[in-house]
Design a protein around this ligand. Sequence first.
Ligand code: NCD
Length: 300
Amino acid sequence: MNKLISIDDLTIDQINDIVKIAKIYKDGKLIPTFNLNPVIGIMFFEPSTRTNYSFQTAIHKLGFKFIEYNHDNSSSKKGESLQDTISTFECYCDLIIIRHPDKNIFNDIVFSKPVINAGNGPEEHPTQALLDLFTILDSKDLSDNLKISFVGDIICSRTIHSLIKLLEKYNNHYTDTNYTYNFVGYTELLDKHLEKILNTKIYPDIRSHDLNNLIEFQPDIIYTTRIQKERRHFNQHTNIIIDNDFLDKMPEDTILMHPLPRNNEIHTSCDKNPRSVYYEQMKNGVYIRMAIIYKLLIMD
Ligand code: NCD
């Protein structure tokens, strides 16, 4: 494994390896890094708090080093091409972690070193999906018939796209399972988009604009996202807000997830509700990113 650009790059065995390693790190144990001393390049061309700083924390905890790209002080200001800028970083680094607003970045740019996609436009965010999966595994069994609600900006949320792909991998892996999806959000273009993401697989799902739909659906997992204002070419207003009263109408073992940052789609009254796991997702980001780096640079 020398790159993580899309969930499509991963086999179930590789995902299971990453989850296993992340668990070892979460339990506070260390794994030998065989005196490797890599320098990792962090190149973010879009804002980030959790992804960037959890990667930095993961690298520190592994005992490795990183350099961070700063767009405002770089030679891109002198007209250097993106390819040349990235190739320069590749001269100094053993692994590149990149976030970029262009969904085609991995087609347009040639990478000669291992690379991790930390978000390419609206397309994918595989490391987030892996930490989401790691969090789901705390309380759910993927060989059960899971019911999952995606709430929010389903078309433009790369975290949703990668997580659906990841869940579908397990849905196909376990022959007896049949996950059911429920999409609450903005359904314009949704059919076309989901077909693309899910490769036109026919699966049971429910689409709605109404959050109350979840009361009947009784999901095991609710995965919410903010409206991706920076990626939308049309205005979208929402009054989809999950508050604590609503959350208490869900089954006791439902989990409420969000990649964060949130705007107002999850009210802060939910924060102490035992169903809310978004702070746990944040913490798990460090362990899963340690595991991904370990898998790429050391394991194979
Ligand atoms: C997400 C992202 O950047 O796609 N955040 C994250 O990485 N944790 C979600 C978002 O920006 O809404």
